[in-house]
Design a protein around this ligand. Sequence first.
Ligand SMILES: [Zn+2]
Length: 220
Amino acid sequence: MSSPQKNRRPYKKATVVLIALVLILLFRLVEYIGHDKAPGDRFVIMRVIDGDTVELVGGDRLRLLGIDTPEKGELFYDSATLFLESLVLGKKSRIEYADKRRDRYGRLLGFVYIEDTIFVNRRILSAGLGYLYLVKDQELSRPRFKELLLAQRVAVESKTGLWGVIRDYEDKYIASRYSLRFHRPGCSSASRIKQSNIRTFEIMQEALYEGLSPCRICRP
Ligand SMILES: [Zn+2]
């Protein structure tokens, strides 16, 4: 009589494991829905953290994709922050995500639209209050990133915002064939580029035109 009961035990165990798995899956699903909202959803922006980061209702932070604005203590930090505030604070936004919905800090990552017509990321570049910031070459094959590059080209050419500031110009600028950043020749980070991979630009505008952004260490 005891043997059939013994036989049933493994089934019991399997059932418990199965229920646990379903519960874990459900929990993860709930968690997923709770944190990540579908593209095209509208969100209200409650707080502007700096020129390229905002906080949404519910506390989620969102980093504007494809751009980088001056850090605290740098020139144009306040202007960029105030400009973003004037565009988005308290407004309903629409967010368009790229490949990754969140960055490694857990922030949402996207293009932000207000009233469906104001492309906020582009406005910041048009006002000369930030830099185009690409991570992958392929990004430039996408229309949104291309729009950003075009906006920056116009701002650079017309010396708008931070592009109008007199800088410490160099005779040349260098970049690696495999990177989207460019440097002053004396930059510590640039010294690590293999000779055969070095690209040289006579003026920084040439690098900017291609979509490269200034290194954060040597700040060309
Ligand atoms: Zn550098």
